[in-house]
Design a protein around this ligand. Structure first.
Ligand SMILES: *[C@@H]1O[C@H](CO)[C@@H](O)[C@H](O)[C@H]1NC(C)=O
Ligand SMILES: *[C@@H]1O[C@H](CO)[C@@H](O)[C@H](O)[C@H]1NC(C)=O
Ligand SMILES: *[C@@H]1O[C@H](CO)[C@@H](O)[C@H](O)[C@H]1NC(C)=O
Length: 339
């Protein structure tokens, strides 16, 4: 039924507006016969206004649901804070409380000057976000693909590949697993110790967990002097400089404090990318998270089963799973549990 809700009233108003404007113009043309008529002028200004009337400006996107639009979940809106910057840029500053929190993640003996490391990084890379901006007439559909063994035999490949933005992380490979994990990647999240070679058209989203990581990035793009952090790391990377963007430590602390409520020493790549996606997308679908149907935790490309992953004190995976389940229960994300 066509109930008189505010939204429907607006559609009705827009409809009447179109009819009256059209009939007015038709009359006008009929009476004057030979006025100058520039359809392109009207077509370019007209539809935009009609579109705005039909789609109220408070809808941030054109998907069936938009993550950032108001919802009934107090839990969500107490946490979701769009003022926290997801990426570092040339002009970012890192607040003192964030810096001190971040320094404790992977303790370094003598951390170098962070401001200096950042200046060096942004002398090399532009660091411009390539994520599409929010737009009322666009639906930014994102797949966040974790590395769980529950992807095997899932046949999710084509569903994953149908997204606009496809985020993968750490050592994720697609070759030989296309049917289950898809073949496209737009953004790959990495830190020095998890580096793998990426295809040329993939954006590297670099996660710095210590000052040395930023120094490594500079080294790996120039001199190759750094070959060890707490383990061996690649000396050089061949990613194009304009395809590298940097995850913001301020955003890491936000995920840890607000979303993880301080559980775990620091948040896992999986939850960092999931919350990042909530901020960059209008629709988020989550694949390859959690255990497989037998309760085993492993990567889809290897058979090694991690028995202590759940008990890990570094990342609280039970709390993390509860956060993603909650996001799914309030329809902010869709959870594909694989098999
Ligand atoms: C959201 O984040 C900004 C920037 O970090 C902070 O200043 C502000 O207090 C936060 N808002 C809420 C409601 O927590
Ligand atoms: C760190 O580096 C910045 C920029 O190069 C510089 O302005 C600042 O004085 C340095 N701080 C320390 C403690 O050396
Ligand atoms: C990246 O390039 C490969 C071919 O080199 C192509 O198959 C793939 O679809 C491209 N990925 C994206 C996300 O455009």
């Amino acid at each position: 039924m066509f109930a008189l809700r505010p939204r429907n009233l607006k559609v009705l108003a827009a409809f009447l507006f179109v009819i009256s404007v059209t009939s007015f113009m038709l009359n006008y043309i009929e009476h004057l016969g030979s006025i100058n008529w520039y359809p392109e002028k009207y077509l370019s200004s007209f539809p935009e206004q009609i579109k705005r009337l039909i789609q109220p400006t408070w809808r941030p996107c054109s998907c069936a649901r938009c993550i950032s639009e108001p919802s009934l979940s107090v839990w969500f809106h107490e946490r979701f804070n769009q003022s926290v910057p997801p990426l570092l840029t040339k002009h970012s500053t890192i607040p003192d409380d964030v810096y001190h929190w971040w320094l404790k993640l992977q303790v370094e003996e003598k951390p170098k000057n962070l401001s200096k490391a950042l200046v060096d990084v942004f002398e090399l890379i532009p660091g411009h976000s390539d994520f599409p901006a929010p737009d009322a007439f666009r639906c930014r559909r994102c797949a966040v693909v974790g590395n769980s063994g529950n992807l095997l035999k899932s046949n999710y490949g084509s569903i994953i590949d149908s997204h606009d933005i496809i985020m993968r992380m750490n050592r994720a490979e697609t070759v030989h697993f296309e049917n289950d994990v898809g073949s496209r990647t737009t953004h790959h999240f990495l830190y020095p110790e998890s580096y793998i070679k990426l295809a040329e058209n993939v954006t590297l989203v670099f996660l710095p967990f210590k000052t040395l990581d930023l120094q490594w990035l500079v080294s790996a793009l120039t001199t190759g002097v750094i070959r060890f952090t707490y383990m061996n790391v690649p000396r050089w990377i061949d990613t194009k400089k304009d395809k590298i963007i940097i995850f913001n430590p301020t955003f890491m602390k936000y995920v840890s404090d607000i979303w993880m409520q301080g559980h775990g020493k620091y948040p896992s790549t999986g939850i960092l990318v999931t919350i990042f996606a909530l901020h960059m997308c209008d629709e988020v679908n989550l694949f390859g998270f959690g255990a497989d149907s037998k309760g085993n935790w492993h990567h889809y490309w290897e058979d090694i089963i991690s028995l202590d992953f759940q008990k890990s004190v570094i990342h609280d995976s039970i709390f993390q799973t509860n956060v993603t389940k909650m996001l799914s229960s309030i329809n902010k994300i869709q959870f594909f549990s694989g098999r």
